[in-house]
Design a protein around this ligand. Structure first.
Ligand SMILES: [Zn+2]
Ligand SMILES: [Zn+2]
Ligand SMILES: [Zn+2]
Length: 162
């Protein structure tokens, strides 16, 4: 294909597409673009942002096709979503799935490796016979800079901190 160069991103797209093919699933233009969009994504994308990106790349693809394919890829286990706060869900490739720590003040999302939840997961399993899903929802709280900001602007928080 002219203009198509083999980059790490292209390789990644092919790996995911091969996975789909090997399970007998169709690989369509919109699925290919969708997966590429998620591989190239530098931040967390909502369904609407993904649809915008695909519409720019391929204006002939119908919006409903994009949303349907996002659903289908999620059902096939290739894509998964998580809720980072009060807004709409965001989408990841399932191979890039991870937990999130989200600041309620500034909204920053810190990616959290599964290991940091392992002790908590073990304890909840032992005490409550319950398996926690560390990916679906974010752990909300306050990031370092926002903690400092609060401490410097709110004298009451200094008094109560010790
Ligand atoms: Zn959900
Ligand atoms: Zn913050
Ligand atoms: Zn994430």
């Amino acid at each position: 294909m002219p203009g198509e160069h083999r980059s790490a991103e292209n390789e990644g797209v092919e790996v995911v597409l091969d996975m789909l093919r090997s399970e007998g699933n169709r690989v369509t233009t919109s699925r290919r673009l969708l997966i590429r969009c998620l591989i190239e994504a530098k931040s967390h994308l909502t369904a609407e942002e993904i649809a915008d990106d695909l519409e720019r790349r391929a204006p002939d693809i119908h919006l409903s096709t994009i949303y349907r394919n996002l659903d289908e890829l999620e059902r096939l286990g290739v894509v998964s979503h998580s809720h980072l706060g009060h807004g709409p869900a965001t989408y990841h490739l399932s191979t890039k799935v991870h937990g999130h720590l989200v600041c309620e003040d500034c909204g920053v999302a810190i990616e959290a490796p599964d290991e940091i939840f392992s002790q908590l997961a073990l304890e909840i399993m032992e005490k409550h016979d319950f398996t926690i899903d560390t990916h679906h929802f974010a752990v909300l709280g306050r990031c370092g800079p926002c903690q400092s900001l609060l401490a410097s602007t709110d004298p009451a928080s200094k008094e109560t901190s010790r």
